[in-house]
Design a protein around this ligand. Sequence first.
Ligand code: SF4
Length: 284
Amino acid sequence: MTLYSHSRLSTFEQCRYKYKLKYIDKIPSPVKKSVEAHLGECVHDALEWLYKNILSGRVPEMDEVIERYANTWQEKDTEEMIIVGETPKQEYFNKGVKFLIDYYVKNTPFQDGTIDTEKRVWINLGEDFPHKVVGYIDRLTYNKERNEYEIHDYKTANTLPNKSKFENDRQLALYSIAIKELYGDKPVTLTWHYLNYNIKIISKRTDEQLEELKKDTIKLINEIENTKDFPVNRSILCNWCEYKQYCKAWGNSIPEHLLREKVPSPYKKYESEEFPTLEKYFKN
Ligand code: SF4
């Protein structure tokens, strides 16, 4: 049984060589993360903290949320970070503050029926299918009036994708399969919060669409399981690839000692089902 995540599937689709380094050879990446990933991680942490407090009966002040964000930013800051372009790190930090202020003002008093945050879900693709997909839902709400569940996902990206991206999004649709299974086949709404635009985008899937998605995902996983060839795929995304310094497509190579030694993988936790939440922000 192999444990898959949306991120793992996307890595295979993006670049098979990167997939091999990360998930098969388990080569530790030479950089910790991109500044975009750091921003995403700190904003997600602040929103998770906000809703955890709300779930325990207290609505924190906006200042407290910003303070939480600033502290996490400082704690998790590292010199080994990918910064593409000239924008200073401080500007990324400031963006996060703005995201949180806008979100707080728009969503206060936070009475949309939150029932869980960072909820781990297992997606069963078929009774006899041996591989599993695991994911984390940023926030799950239950809307009493409509008797439906809502999967919320926070996005800190600069760009706002077009409508078809949401209609065809695999990640939240996969999570909705698990929520339907867990909560008795109630309707599920997929909601993306694009914090840079302070907007909420909503989409739904029919049962037929979810069945199709299961089939497509099984097909993709079978393809991954049977793949023997892992060519590079140079693209604009290489600029954010944590393996670029080791990548043959860029005239680089993996240091000898990493090939010789058995270095503990940073993704080991993921393999043991703890799954570093950091990983998902690379695709924001
Ligand atoms: S730098 Fe580009 S080609 Fe190389 S592993 Fe990363 S994504 Fe693939």
